[in-house]
Design a protein. Structure first.
Length: 407
């Protein structure tokens, strides 16, 4: 445990850090990349340019400072960070680099407000948190090593099949180059794909596995992003036979198929957020075919809607599965072909119409406006936190503090 004096100082600085949070974290990243360029490949430059990485770190620092005397409430955040770190192969030796630059940034940004006493307290607090994360990441690496067909770090995989799923999303089927089997993963988890860049370094991105566990491949379904280095590499350069490096499955967002529930399961997605939902859907239909499942997906139109026919086919094969597609910018072709069920955004009225009693286990993933709308609707309905599960890309405070918006 941290000394009470340290806790008091850290909590007292929380408002100041919140006021200067993004300025501090922007300074921190700039400083760290200048002083320790070797860690730059561990970070997503697109997120840096957009500012989302700075916001996420600022939110994490402020949450830690505010709750340093009650760290149990941060358990979910710690697990999310540890899983993300494990996916990128963060090691204990990386923590001193981050710590040194973070503490220097606090002193440089806050100036006189960062007294020797404040810096000493934050040094101790950072070391305490680092030990928690290092310990959890050590456990994750141990499990990966002991899992049947598991591995630690990165392993060479070969692209064995490429399937366009829409105008912007393509599936890549990956198998180990050494011919070994694959570990079972939890539906909803992701793998990390690492490819070389023009500077002779490597760039990493996480992609949800879009198939069920137990196959002889990992399938990732990737949206081509204008500034996405890895997504553009896959879409424009990868062919059958192309080799990439892959990290073992990670992630705290998954459905636990060992749990049995009488209540329905509602899987909600928009855009490329369909990928973890599809893995969950395929897995539930295989393991719990008797469970009532509602699958709701939002897309702009039929041209960008991935897995439309596959999920419809599953609906025809499983009486307990109900599917609803909603398009926000439907074309006349969509209407003529009846590729969707309704138009607009996914909202509370649609969900309540499908499930009037509201009692279900909710899993959802998609763009921020969609996520905010779903999250706030579930809060208004009083759905217990144990029944609400989501994958949100960005600071969680943006989800919890924002006003509800349509998908």
């Amino acid at each position: 445990m941290l000394p009470q004096r340290t806790i008091d100082i850290v909590k007292a600085t929380a408002p100041v850090l919140e006021e200067h949070g993004e300025t501090l974290t922007a300074h921190f990243y700039k400083r760290m990349f200048a002083h320790n360029p070797e860690v730059a490949p561990l970070f997503n430059p697109a997120h840096q340019r957009a500012g989302s990485q700075q916001k996420a770190l600022a939110a994490a620092i402020c949450a830690y400072a505010a709750n340093i005397d009650n760290l149990e409430v941060l358990g979910g955040a710690v697990e999310l960070i540890a899983q993300k770190h494990a996916s990128l192969r963060i090691l204990p030796e990386h923590y001193p680099i981050v710590g040194e630059n973070l503490l220097a940034s606090i002193r440089e940004v806050l100036g006189e407000g960062a007294s020797d006493e404040v810096i000493a307290a934050w040094t101790e607090a950072y070391g305490f948190l680092a030990e928690i994360l290092i310990g959890r990441e050590r456990q994750i690496y141990s499990v990966q090593a002991k899992t049947r067909n598991g591995w630690v770090g990165f392993k060479r995989f070969r692209v064995v099949r490429i399937v366009p799923e829409s105008e912007i999303i393509t599936s890549f089927y990956l198998q180990p180059v050494d011919g070994s089997g694959l570990p079972l993963f939890k539906p909803g988890q992701y793998i990390t794909v690492r490819v070389p860049n023009a500077r002779g370094e490597t760039t990493m991105r996480n992609y949800s596995i879009s198939d069920a566990p137990g196959e002889d491949h990992f399938r990732i379904s990737v949206k081509q992003e204008p500034e996405g280095f890895v997504s553009n590499f896959l879409h424009e350069k990868a062919k059958e036979g192309t080799e990439v490096e892959v990290g073992p499955p990670c992630g705290e967002f998954f459905i636990d198929l060992t749990e049995r529930h009488e209540r329905p399961l509602m899987l909600l997605s928009a855009g490329v957020g369909v990928t973890p939902m599809l893995s969950m859907l395929l897995s539930v239909l295989k393991v719990q075919p008797e469970r009532e499942v509602l699958f709701v997906h939002g897309a702009l139109n039929g041209r960008v809607h991935a897995f439309r026919e596959l999920v419809r086919q599953l609906e025809g094969l499983h009486a307990n599965l109900k599917v609803h597609y909603r398009y926000s910018e439907a074309s006349q072709e969509d209407r003529t072909m009846r590729w969707h069920d309704s138009e607009g955004f996914i909202d509370a009225e649609l969900l309540e119409g499908m499930l009037p009693e509201r009692d279900a286990d909710y899993y959802f993933c998609g763009p921020k406006p969609f996520m905010m709308g779903i999250y706030h609707n579930l809060l208004k309905w009083g759905i217990p936190a144990s029944q609400v599960h989501f994958e949100f890309f960005g600071p969680r405070q943006e989800l919890e503090g924002a006003e509800a918006q349509p998908a």
